[in-house]
Design a protein around this ligand. Structure first.
Ligand SMILES: Cc1cc2nc3c(=O)[nH]c(=O)nc-3n(C[C@H](O)[C@H](O)[C@H](O)COP(=O)(O)OP(=O)(O)OC[C@H]3O[C@@H](n4cnc5c(N)ncnc54)[C@H](O)[C@@H]3O)c2cc1C
Length: 149
């Protein structure tokens, strides 16, 4: 095997083709990682979630990191590491265009909302649960590829 760095263009191509990321955030010195679906466009990763720990962490500290992987033949792989900044797209005047954009990018996959909307304990119907759209502005991209020699 040998490993090489990916160019910026190769990194953005992998993000455009990718769908699943591991998102890392941190609050009060505690790290937290979860898998999430995303859609990449115009230098941002768009995603959907319900309120919970990751949203609470990212609201407190918007600096995040993501890893997106792609498996090739045998042991071959490519992965991209993103350093970025959480940006919430609230359901308020002034954010409608970005929310609609997030919706249209994510909804190209059937049941795109489901993993972000389901929790082990279903909240009572009387509870108003926000649907949170957010995006991660990409500050830095690093990519690597491992190929059979
Ligand atoms: C393939 C895939 C795609 C997903 N896509 C999305 C998505 O697009 N949007 C989205 O919001 N969520 C998605 N999820 C679910 C996501 O990984 C979280 O489980 C979910 O968002 C709840 O996170 P939270 O921080 O709100 O947790 P909370 O409901 O606040 O719960 C926090 C506690 O539960 C534990 N916990 C949370 N998530 C997990 C987990 N996945 N595995 C084990 N323990 C966990 C943590 O240790 C933590 O202590 C996806 C999961 C998978 C496997």
């Amino acid at each position: 095997m040998h490993v090489r760095s990916l160019s910026n263009l190769e990194c953005t191509r992998l993000l455009s083709d990718g769908r699943l990321a591991h998102l890392a955030c941190a609050k009060d010195g505690k790290p937290y990682v979860v898998p999430i679906y995303f859609a990449y466009a115009d230098g941002h990763l768009y995603a959907f979630s319900m309120p919970g720990k990751k949203i609470e962490f990212m609201r407190a500290n918007p600096v995040v990191s993501l890893i997106v992987e792609e498996w090739g033949r045998g042991r071959e792989w490519k992965s991209v590491h993103v350093e970025g900044r959480f940006e919430e797209l609230p359901d308020r005047i002034g954010h409608k265009r970005e929310r609609d954009h997030a919706w249209s990018l994510l909804s190209t996959h059937a049941d795109w909302w489901e993993p972000g909307a389901l929790k082990p304990v279903t909240p009572p119907l009387s509870d108003h649960s926000e649907h949170i759209f957010f995006r991660v502005f990409v500050d830095q991209l690093y990519g690597r590829e491992a190929k059979e020699a």
